[in-house]
Design a protein around this ligand. Structure first.
Ligand code: HEM
Length: 358
């Protein structure tokens, strides 16, 4: 007597082949003892359902999956010629949500912590201003990183309205930190000298959030995180940002969603390396400026952003020059001379290059 009837054989075969498919897929996603999920799984082009093969017509973004990343038509680099997603940007933001039931103005804003966090190392009246202006900068840096994370998500979705709004806000934040330099500039060289000795080797040079901002905007230089202790949160955040797609990578995704033929080698570049200027991309940008007012406005917003970062560098460098002259910095650099050397290095060189041809 057979264990099962002959008519059940096809059903059994399809069950076995289904199970084998699931197992094989799971093994592919099993990588060095880690089951790939989230952005990494996504980066490698795994989808619950294969996405449609072509991007939508210009102006009608088509998205490939719930993460909402831009779809690239046919990846010529992929052997299977399957459509793939652009790298998905998932930012590990340190946002702590407070669910405490009773709220007051003070508890909501954690004012006990914030207003007791100014701890001068001297009795000099001026030191309080020095601390407060730095702390305010750091808070705005935090907000900028938060805005940039949102901006990268909106760029990936091709959402022009939100991209422009977010860019405007980021520009406002930068304007505000530049203005705060006016306040610090009221400090005379002798007032600063009165407490400078108490700063030891502390310097804005060590601002991890500033380094993270640079990394999000495209800086790829290991020295920026190697100065921090191995295993520290600061080092982790800067290093992670240097291994994620930059804001400009996300902008390229935005162009793809809007139907522009961004070179594939840029879309699938190794994001841990600096992006080199590309003549081919400059051709695409010229086309954007020529054809599409809204996308051109996004380009202009990015140029504004780049320019405002350079303005901050300039204002900070001038302030340093007027307060400490040619003295070296507490962080160990040559001071104003070092800061001068960091001026005028654009974050988005392609957007500057095309201006001469518009
Ligand atoms: C009296 C005011 C200030 C003085 C004299 C001053 C001085 C300096 C100097 C000399 C450097 C070069 C590195 C070093 O050797 O220390 C530097 C770098 C830096 N400072 Fe300031 N600074 C002042 C205020 C600020 C403020 C308010 C911020 C806001 C966070 C800031 C952020 C930075 C950053 C981010 C760098 C690194 C720049 C780079 O490497 O490109 N500084 N500062």
């Amino acid at each position: 007597m057979p264990f099962f009837s002959e008519s059940a054989v096809p059903t059994l075969i399809s069950i076995i082949s289904f199970l084998w498919g699931v197992t094989r897929r799971s093994l592919t996603l099993w990588n060095d003892g880690v089951f790939l999920n989230g952005p990494e799984r996504h980066r490698r082009g795994f989808h619950a359902k294969p996405p449609p093969a072509r991007p939508g017509p210009r102006g009608k973004p088509r998205r490939c999956c719930r993460a909402g990343t831009a779809l690239v038509s046919m990846c010529r680099t992929s052997r299977s010629h399957r459509p793939r997603c652009l790298p998905f940007v998932e930012v590990d933001e340190a946002v702590i949500v407070d669910h405490s039931p009773v709220l007051t103005y003070s508890s909501y804003l954690a004012l006990d912590e914030i207003l007791t966090a100014q701890r001068p190392h001297s009795d000099e009246h001026e030191e309080m201003l020095f601390i407060v202006v730095h702390q305010v900068h750091e808070l705005w840096f935090k907000q900028l990183l938060h805005e940039f994370a949102g901006l990268q998500r909106q760029l990936a979705l091709g959402d022009s309205a939100h991209v422009l709004h977010s860019l405007r806000r980021s520009l406002g934040i930068l304007k505000s930190v530049i203005t705060q330099i006016d306040v610090l500039e009221t400090m005379t060289p002798s007032q600063f000298t009165s407490f400078r000795g108490n700063l030891g080797t502390a310097s804005g040079f060590q601002s991890a959030q500033f380094r993270e901002i640079e990394a999000v905007l495209g800086r790829r230089d290991h020295r920026a995180f190697e100065r921090y202790l191995e295993g520290s949160g600061e080092r982790y955040r800067i290093e992670s940002a240097m291994n994620r797609p930059t804001l400009f990578d996300s902008f390229l995704g935005y162009l793809v969603v809007h139907g522009y033929p961004v070179p594939h080698d840029l879309l699938y570049r190794d994001v841990s390396l600096p992006m080199e200027p590309s003549v081919e991309l400059q051709g695409v940008l010229l086309q954007v400026y020529h054809d599409d007012d809204v996308a051109a406005e996004v380009c202009e917003g990015l140029v504004d952003l780049d320019q405002r970062i350079q303005e901050w560098r300039y204002r900070h460098g001038k302030m340093v020059e007027r307060i400490i002259g040619d003295k070296s910095g507490t962080g160990g650099s040559s001071g104003a001379a070092y800061l001068r050397a960091t001026l005028s290095t654009p974050m988005f060189p392609d957007l500057w290059t095309v201006r001469g041809r518009l």
